[in-house]
Structure formats: C-alpha cells, structure tokens
Design a protein around this ligand. Structure first.
Ligand code: NAD
Length: 330
C-alpha cells in the first residue's frame, strides 16, 4: 500500500468506526484495538518487511492509532521497521516504546541507560518524542532502583519533551503495584493476565489502577500465540497443558466455522476497564482479521464451549523475573 492511500478510507466501510478511550489520567486517546509491534521484529517467526509496512498502514487507515514497541523486540529491528513504516504518519499515532530490557537476559534500568535508550529509540523511530516511555518488564529489575532511578529518569525525559507520559510493564502484578505506589506512573502495561485463559487482572490490578488514575493497557489477547491456529512459539513459558488446550479450542472453532484468534481478541475488546488491547501484528491479513473481530460480536455459545475446554488450565501463571518480585498468594 502506498502512503498516499493511507489517508484515503478506501475500504473503511468494511469495518465499523474505531473506538477510542482515554489512557488513565493522560490526555492520550488510544484506539481500543492497539497495534503490538513485537512481531515486526520477528519475535513470532520471520516477518516479511513489506507486509509489515502494509499492516501498519492498513491499521492507521482504519483508525488504529496506538502502537507499542520496544528496543528489545527483534533486538531493535521492530523499532527500525515501525519507524520506517511511520514515515510521514507520526502525527496520526500514539507511539509507545520502552527502556530497560535489551535482550532475553539483558537488563539495565539505570538512569544513564534510560537516557541513552530514548535517544537511540527516537533515532530508529524517526521522531523527536514518544507519547509513552515504559520501563520494560520491571520484575527483572531491582524494584527499588525502578522507583528511585528509572522512573525519575523517565520523568526527566518527560520534562524535556522527549516522552509525553511514563509507564511500566511486566507480568507479575503485585510488584508493578508496589512500584507505582511509591513512584507514580501514568500507565501500566500487563500481558497474559486478561484473556480467554485468565482474568486475574480484573480483581488484582484494576481496582488499584482505577483508584490512582493509572491507565491500563492489556497486551497479548492471544496469550502470546496460544489462542491461534498455529499455536505459540517454542519460547512460550506456559506449561504444555495450556498449549494442548489452546489447540483443542482452535479445533472446535474451526469445526464450527470460526477462528479462535478472532474470538479471543473479541473477548478482550469487550473488556472496557482497560484503555486498549494490544495485539501483535506483522501481516496485513491479520490486521484485516482483527478489524473484522472488532466489528463482530462474539457468539455466546461458542465462547461458553471454548471456555469449557480451557477451564482445566485457566488462571495458570508462570514465574517471571527475580524471586522477590513474584506474585505471592494473598
Ligand atoms: P499476542 O497474544 O497479541 O499474539 C501475537 C501473535 O498472534 C503473533 O504471532 C501474531 O502474528 C499472531 N496474530 C495476530 N493476529 C492474528 C490473527 N488474527 N490470527 C492468527 N494469528 C494472529 O501476543 P504479543 O504480540 O506478545 O502481544 C501483543 C503486544 O503487546 C506485543 O506485540 C507488545 O507490543 C505488547 N507486549 C508487551 C509486553 C511487555 O511490555 N512486557 C509483553 C507482551 C506483549
């Protein structure tokens, strides 16, 4: 798709108009369907760059304005590709990136690295500011350092106009709340804690976030690939039983003429306590299917039957990060 067609709403009538929600107490209005850019960096297998660019343009054409990326995704490749695709379109998107995580086992939450990181990200993203800078996967860091050094460094970038707002991301919920209670943040990005397989975000994090006016971004509605026909990549941390249940659910949907991924996304889009649901995309065909899911109500009978298949493995969590940052039974 050429850039010229991005502004034209050629096929816009195929899908209902996008909906937007305010991110917590910020003035950012984000599309309820958000574009997760990690697949652009090949995180879920090879991504074809021109298809990735078409995916970004198609998403913008249909009103998706929230894009999330990180220097970690594809070891800078996702930022590079997203920046290339956004050339001339930056003003139409709410752009979020991250700092602190640079490899599977490479973390640096120091103020010095935060500052260096944003400069590098801005270069790759071809912009002079991001709308949201987030400390990436805080459970792998020293929580006290995140409170005393990382968040203040990100606030300094905000003062300088390099980032409009400041957030944190991670998997365990309690450490994110502990951090945010000591050093206020504008947003929390949580993943794999609210989808067809799990819903503890609703009771464990949302009351805290709402009380403090923190915007919540719900990432990975497909449970990082479990709730797809293809299944999850080998690095996925969930136990085998979860993958087997996902495959059974996909089979049931197929037999009834539906697609599990679209159902799983729709389930999350119906959850209105979060500002946006971030789904990972690098293919124009996935953007189309996800826009279709946005416009299609879930079949309650199918949801019931899929939930019954997933029930034996529902609400399973895995360890992530430092021992002291794991969620504890309350
Ligand atoms: P996801 O659950 O969104 O699944 C992504 C996978 O599903 C990819 O393989 C993608 O190609 C595929 N997919 C997308 N639409 C599809 C469709 N219609 N049919 C079949 N397959 C489809 O997982 P994710 O990408 O990890 O999460 C979404 C985004 O959230 C990420 O890209 C990232 O931006 C963000 N995220 C952030 C963190 C963090 O900060 N710690 C963690 C997880 C996710």
């Amino acid at each position: 798709m050429s850039r010229a067609t991005v502004s034209g709403a050629s096929s816009a009538s195929l899908f209902p108009p996008m909906e937007y929600r305010r991110l917590g107490s910020t003035d950012l209005e984000v599309s309820v369907l958000g574009f997760g850019a990690s697949p652009l960096g090949g995180v879920f297998g090879d991504a074809e760059p021109s298809d990735g660019e078409r995916a970004v343009h198609l998403a913008i054409e249909h009103g998706i304005n929230f894009f999330d990326v990180s220097p970690y995704y594809g070891l800078t490749l996702a930022e590079e590709r997203l920046g290339h695709a956004l050339a001339g379109l930056r003003s139409r998107v709410v752009l979020a990136t991250k700092c602190g995580r640079y490899g599977a086992d490479e973390f640096d939450f120091s103020a010095k690295r935060v500052r260096q990181s944003i400069e590098e990200s801005l270069g790759r993203l071809r912009t002079d500011h991001v709308d949201l800078i987030q400390a990436h996967d805080v459970e792998f860091g020293d929580a006290q350092q995140i409170v005393e050094e990382t968040i203040p460094a990100m606030r300094q970038l905000q003062q300088e106009g390099k980032a409009r707002y400041v957030g944190i991301t991670g998997y365990p919920l309690q450490v994110m709340m502990r951090i945010a209670a000591q050093a206020p943040v504008d947003s929390i990005l949580s993943y794999c804690r609210y989808d067809l397989l799990i819903d503890d975000l609703d009771t464990a994090l949302m009351p805290f976030a709402e009380k403090h006016g923190i915007g919540v971004i719900n990432a990975s509605p497909l449970h990082m690939g479990v709730l797809t026909e293809r299944g999850a990549p080998a690095w996925h941390p969930a136990p085998q039983a979860v993958h087997e249940a996902g495959a059974k659910a996909a089979q049931l949907c197929r037999a009834r003429g539906f697609d599990l991924s679209e159902l799983a996304l729709r389930w999350c889009l119906d959850y209105s306590r979060v500002a946006s649901t971030l789904i990972g995309m690098s293919k124009a065909s996935h953007v189309e299917r996800n826009l279709r899911a946005f416009g299609t109500p879930a079949d309650p009978e199918l949801v019931r039957d899929v939930k019954a298949i997933l029930e034996p493995v529902a609400n399973l969590v895995w360890p992530s990060g430092r021992v002291e940052n794991q969620d504890r039974a309350e």
